[in-house]
Design a protein around this ligand. Structure first.
Ligand code: HEC
Ligand code: HEC
Length: 235
């Protein structure tokens, strides 16, 4: 009995787990071409690197709904993203084609936040803004907010340089630089307004803290005055 059931079971298992080639043919080939050499609707994927593939797939930028449209806001891409299992299978399938570009980066959250902050100010802030809010970077381009990016996506973006973003190789940002700047991006995500990310300059954080201090002083004063006044009237 079990022997007869086996092929059915196998088919069921295979049916739920399509191969990388199947996924590529169904979801990518129409724009990137059967042999990944591109078409009028999409660029060649040869030698783009796994960091690039992982960035575009894991952030839901690919498979694109329409070619040549920068959909940088995550909400507008919701539902477009492939399941993680399919992304991994597809990456294995594309690995030999994309080899030659930046490989999948290794990254851990660095613990030198001060250094991460410096690197962020020098390399990222002009586009992604103080606090990682993103913003316009030209006539029709914008840099997205960094609040939802995972640590792997931060590392992918740094090494791959998607769209208008420059590519940072090992010479611009070493492995430990990468860890520190990624750690800082995560720290920005966790920071509540007014909480302290280490900051040497008089950025918004110390200013915010000063604001709170001013309010406290003012309130103490007003409260004290009010008490005094009340005390006076009792007398
Ligand atoms: C509707 C057409 C379309 C489909 C479908 C599509 N892409 Fe794309 N893809 C594009 C275009 C156009 C670009 C150029 C960049 C952009 O628009 O952001 C691109 C860019 C890319 C890049 C970055 C290439 C580079 O030069 O850095 C990768 C990687 C990629 N696509 C992978 C995929 C994969 C894998 C799939 C299938 C899951 C897929 N794409 C489906 C149109 C498409
Ligand atoms: C010249 C401007 C520019 C600089 C400098 C820059 N970026 Fe970007 N970044 C962009 C643009 C534009 C995109 C969107 C690319 C696209 O969608 O095609 C992006 C995308 C990203 C994303 C993906 C966000 C998401 O949720 O989809 C991350 C993460 C990121 N950048 C991190 C960084 C970090 C970290 C640095 C500094 C080491 C940096 N960027 C430097 C312009 C820039």
């Amino acid at each position: 009995m079990l022997i007869f059931a086996l092929p059915v079971l196998l088919a069921a298992v295979l049916g739920t787990a399509p191969s990388g080639a199947d996924i590529y043919a169904a979801k990518c080939a129409s724009c990137h071409g059967a042999q990944q050499w591109g078409s009028p609707d999409g660029p060649s994927l040869h030698r783009v690197g796994l960091a690039d593939v992982d960035f575009y797939l894991s952030t839901g930028r690919m498979p694109a709904a329409a070619p040549w449209v920068q959909v940088a806001h995550r909400d507008e891409r919701a539902g477009q993203q492939l399941p993680l299992a399919e992304i991994r299978v597809l990456e294995d399938y594309l690995a030999p084609v994309v080899a030659g570009g930046p490989p999948l980066p290794e990254v851990v959250s660095g613990n030198d936040l001060e250094h991460g902050h410096q690197l962020y100010e020098m390399n990222c802030q002009q586009c992604h803004a103080v606090g990682g809010d993103g913003g316009s970077i030209g006539r029709s381009d914008w840099a997205p907010a960094l609040h939802q990016a995972t640590i792997d996506q931060v590392a992918d973006a740094i090494r791959a340089g998607p769209g208008e973003m420059p590519r940072f190789g090992e010479r611009q940002l070493t492995q430990s630089d990468l860890d520190d700047v990624a750690g800082y991006v995560l720290a920005m995500q966790n920071a509540q307004p007014g909480s302290s990310i280490p900051s040497r300059s008089s950025g918004p954080v110390p200013e915010g803290a000063l604001g709170y201090l001013a309010i406290i002083v003012l309130m103490t004063f007003v409260f004290g005055y009010w008490r005094h006044d009340k005390g006076g009237s009792i007398k």
